[in-house]
Design a protein around this ligand. Structure first.
Ligand code: ADP
Ligand code: ADP
Length: 231
């Protein structure tokens, strides 16, 4: 189907003289949910930013399916990569309603009104927020806002989903519930996803495979046997 594998070959990244990522080789099969797990400062966000096209590698190549998306000094811009992103701070537009926030990526792609409405309704239904379509983000809880961000990330049916610590601003009860819901949703979508976290529990609930990063290197890759979220 439309989903894609992701390959990194010899990817390095540096800030000045500091090596942040050191020769990363990684293959993420199509439809796999991978958690990037590791302590603060190990390079997780940098790796995600490289996948998103927000920065470019010093060396190595990144490919999505057959498409080269970055090599040394070059990066395909984010809007051409067919990705959806969910950030820690939700990054919703406060002046827009929930519905308008979710519709925005489709407006950018000039999807016709009728199809847009249908897709927005479906995305809101998937995250359980159909009843909140007309609200502004400020009227929602943190968990609900993050569900809106998730709906916005999936509405254009991207080939890859990228998550940067999406639950770390939520209290622990909400975090657990939303984590399990996201695991279920990702399974339903069957999409390739990369999920950055420093929380081992989250990684185990969500991911098919956990990539441990340590000081800019892949330390270990471990598949998760029971990723359904049931314990
Ligand atoms: P993580 O997401 O695992 O916490 P990051 O990818 O954010 O790690 O950072 C990896 C390393 O790069 C850290 O040592 C951090 O201090 C450094 N770093 C990140 N952003 C910058 C920046 N803008 N300028 C200089 N160093 C940075
Ligand atoms: P996160 O892992 O959530 O991205 P970080 O603490 O790693 O948070 O980084 C927060 C921001 O600060 C990032 O935009 C990063 O680029 C920047 N940053 C991190 N470390 C440094 C550093 N040593 N020098 C300059 N900027 C940094």
């Amino acid at each position: 189907d439309a989903f894609t594998d992701i390959r990194l070959a010899g990817v390095s990244y540096a800030f000045g003289t500091q090596t942040v990522l050191n020769q990363i080789d990684l293959r993420i099969p199509a439809g796999t949910v991978v958690a990037l797990l590791g302590p603060s400062g190990c390079g997780k966000s940098t790796l995600l930013r490289l996948l998103a096209g927000l920065t470019r590698p010093a060396s190595g190549t990144i490919t999505f399916g057959e498409r080269l998306v970055a090599d040394a000094g070059w990066a395909m811009p984010p809007e051409q990569r067919d990705i959806g992103m969910v950030f820690q701070d939700y990054a919703l537009w406060p002046h827009m309603t929930v519905e308008q926030n979710v519709a925005f990526p489709l407006k950018m792609r000039r999807v016709p009104r009728a199809e847009r409405d249908a897709r927005v309704a479906r995305a809101l239904d998937r995250v359980g927020l159909s009843a909140f379509a007309g609200r502004k983000p400020a009227g929602l809880s943190g968990g609900q806002q993050q569900r809106v961000a998730l709906a916005r990330a999936i509405v254009a049916e991207p080939r890859v989903l990228l998550f940067d610590e999406p639950l770390s601003n939520l209290d622990s009860e909400l975090r657990d519930a939303l984590c399990r819901d996201m695991a279920t949703l990702l399974r339903q979508l069957g999409i390739t996803a990369v999920y950055v976290t420093h929380d081992r529990r989250e990684a185990e609930i969500l991911a098919d495979c956990i990539v441990h990063l340590s000081a800019g290197r892949v330390d270990a890759v471990r598949s998760v046997t029971s990723s359904s979220g049931e314990t």
